[in-house]
Design a protein around this ligand. Structure first.
Ligand SMILES: NC(=O)c1ccc[n+]([C@@H]2O[C@H](COP(=O)([O-])OP(=O)(O)OC[C@H]3O[C@@H](n4cnc5c(N)ncnc54)[C@H](OP(=O)(O)O)[C@@H]3O)[C@@H](O)[C@H]2O)c1
Length: 217
């Protein structure tokens, strides 16, 4: 099944340091939570278009993104019988503070060669490869979208796959000391939506949506 990569990166494509995130940007944490939890991706885009001016790059307006809805309304983050999955490398899973995992409202999947596959701690699934996780999730009719959420090792494999249909990237206009970086990805990913510059604690950032040419989630 097609999947979406979700990542935040600084000016030098840095994404992590000492097993954790180098920054704390609440607006980005909210975007991550809402985008990965809501089973209807177009609702998320419409809401962000309306609230912050996320713009369709193809039309240079935000109206195209909001055309589906008549006005601002609460984002449904739970649809009975449907949920999204978030897949992450074992190190990213371990980087989440125990009180925040599993990430609520989403099926949490961990990719690892060293942890025994199966349901682990009763809270999340462990798969021995990205392929195995996508195969199994593709057979689960309750899973609406799959998000690959890092870290560096998993992004490298995910971005090179033809079934990586979308990238939701938050670009942070600052430089942090980092030891994990987002791999380069090719021109087959085209930017289709972009937010205005948002600022939090003096740090600027933007949400961007890229779609793979042949993609479509
Ligand atoms: N800025 C962001 O958007 C973002 C997002 C997520 C994470 N991060 C940061 O990224 C850093 C972690 O990234 P990382 O690259 O060090 O680690 P990672 O990708 O999270 O996890 C690496 C682990 O995943 C497993 N793995 C990787 N490729 C695999 C494969 N092909 N098959 C099976 N298992 C595989 C292995 O686990 P085993 O060793 O158990 O086999 C490997 O050690 C942290 O600093 C985190 O905070 C940033």
């Amino acid at each position: 099944m097609g999947f979406t990569v979700v990542v935040a990166a600084d000016r030098k494509r840095g994404i992590g340091k000492d097993g954790t995130l180098p920054w704390k940007i609440k607006g980005d944490m909210r975007w991550f939570r809402e985008a990965t939890t809501c089973p209807d991706t177009s609702e998320v885009l419409a809401r962000y278009a309306m609230n912050i001016g996320l713009m369709d790059k193809r039309t240079h307006t935000w109206e195209s993104l909001t055309s589906r809805i008549g006005g601002a309304r609460p984002l449904p983050d739970w649809t009975p019988g449907a949920r999204n999955a978030v897949l992450m490398g074992r190190k990213t899973w371990e980087s989440l503070p125990p009180r925040f995992r599993p990430l609520p409202g989403r099926l949490n999947g961990v990719i690892s060669r060293t942890v025994t596959p199966g349901v682990f701690h009763g809270s999340h699934h462990v798969w021995p490869s990205l392929q195995a996780s996508l195969d199994e999730l593709g057979r689960d009719p309750t899973v609406k979208h799959v998000f690959v959420t890092g870290g560096g090792e998993i992004f490298k494999e995910a971005l090179a796959r033809p079934d990586c249909a979308r990238i939701l990237i938050t670009t942070i206009d600052a430089e942090y000391p980092c030891d994990v970086f987002l791999p380069e990805f090719g021109p087959e990913y085209k930017e289709i939506a972009i937010s205005p510059n948002l600022v939090e604690d003096g740090v600027g950032y933007r949400f961007r949506l890229l779609e793979r040419d042949s993609g479509g989630v």
